[in-house]
Write a protein that binds this ligand. Structure first.
Ligand code: GLA
Length: 385
């Protein structure tokens, strides 16, 4: 991928460039907990967005996307968003850097990558992190990794309209080879845990439904609003509650008559998920993969029934996993399509993947994609010209 980016850069702009990469992510458990101030357990993966980039002076930005095979050009002063969706992320990152007092000047860049789009592996966070990281380095802004993650998150909020949490950008910036990150999204305290299921005879595999249902981002924002509404109702009685993660089921029950039934269900899922994350971490620490896997199934159940962010394709794959004796399985990420993440005994992996592929294809008319998870490093510079 690096070579492809380099040769395209040379063809379009002439000469040499720096190359940076920022990865996508998986999340073992802790779904829709980040914007509720809870814990998440992500890790960066070996699929990344690559950026070949060189300052060009002036204030014009020229971008080429290998995936879309098209150019976009805009000026830093332009108030209007670029028409092409993929270029909006870059525009947003530049604006967010400037809004924080950072310096950005014109540049030429080629974007490539192998993070599948719309698969729930955070390709957009990877794109934002790749630019936040490279522009920070090239223009000597000195923002730390926390701020780079926030720049990506703010880009989603202010230029794309998704009110996402911090998990994806954090994992893309802070990822470390062989480690998952336990991140407290309220305080941003984090800890790396070596994660090596293979040594215990387990594998992590993703099955990508290759569907992305419409309106996922407005549905996502509505889930977040429901959670904030439930938290606000609880706060009126318990002022110490800042996020839903500060509450428990008893406090939620108290406000049941005061909030819409839908908001109650959303909050019920989130509070349950907080407990499952802790139980999952305990189980992992004890090497009890079976218990950890059971938590994943329960998470899927909650995401499907209470949070209602699953879809028939994801529910189907979850059911097949259960029937194949897979240790743990659940939909991953925001929902409405994308992947399931599966913790499976390595001896059962091939049979499961084969069965899931044939049953899924028979039911939905297209094959799911299969990715083995390799936990990798976060955003980094790969090449100096
Ligand atoms: C998306 C968002 C994250 C997080 C997950 C759900 O990936 O970008 O911030 O909320 O959904 O856990």
């Amino acid at each position: 991928m690096q070579d492809l980016v380099l040769s395209k850069f040379n063809e379009l702009f002439g000469g040499e460039c720096s190359v940076y990469a920022a990865p996508g992510r998986v999340n073992l458990i802790g779904e829709h907990t980040d914007y509720n101030g809870g814990f998440v357990l992500p890790g960066a993966i070996d699929k990344a967005i690559y950026v070949g980039i060189r300052p060009a002076g002036g204030d014009t930005i020229r971008l080429y996307s290998l995936k879309n095979e098209e150019m976009a050009e805009f000026s830093l002063e332009e108030e209007e968003l670029p028409r092409k969706q993929w270029a909006r992320y870059v525009y947003g990152v530049c604006r967010e850097i400037a809004a924080r007092g950072g310096r950005v000047e014109g540049f030429d860049a080629v974007i490539g990558g192998d993070v599948p789009l719309g698969a729930g592996l955070s390709s957009s966070a990877a794109l934002c992190s790749a630019f936040a990281y490279s522009l920070n380095d090239l223009f000597g802004n000195g923002f730390d990794l926390f701020e780079l993650a926030r720049i990506g998150q703010a880009t989603e909020h202010n230029y794309v309209g998704v009110k996402c949490g911090i998990m994806d950008q954090f994992a893309s910036c802070f990822g470390r080879k062989g480690c998952i990150i336990r991140l407290n999204c309220k305080t941003l305290e984090y800890k790396y845990f070596p994660f090596d299921p293979a040594s215990a005879g387990y594998s992590l595999v993703l099955l990508d439904t290759r569907v992305k249902h419409e309106l996922a981002s407005s549905a996502y924002n509505r889930r977040r609003a429901s959670c904030e509404n439930a938290a606000a109702a609880i706060r009126r009685r318990h002022p110490e509650v800042e996020f839903l993660s500060d509450a428990d089921m008893m406090w939620l029950e108290e406000v049941r008559p005061e909030i819409p039934e839908e908001d109650f269900r959303r909050a019920e899922y989130v509070i349950g998920e907080m407990q499952r994350v802790l139980a999952f971490c305990d189980a992992l620490e004890n090497g009890d993969y079976e218990k950890a896997g059971e938590m994943m199934y329960r998470t899927h159940d909650g995401l499907s029934r209470l949070y209602e962010v699953s879809c028939p394709e994801l529910d189907f794959l979850n059911e097949v996993a259960r029937n194949c004796g897979v240790t743990g399985s659940r939909m991953m990420g925001g929902g409405f399509g994308g992947c399931t993440i599966n913790l499976v005994e390595t001896s059962k992996r091939d049979a499961f993947v084969e069965k899931a592929t044939s049953l899924f294809t028979a039911r939905f008319g297209h094959e799911p994609r299969v990715y083995d998870v390799i936990i990798s490093d976060g955003a980094r510079k790969l090449r100096t010209p």
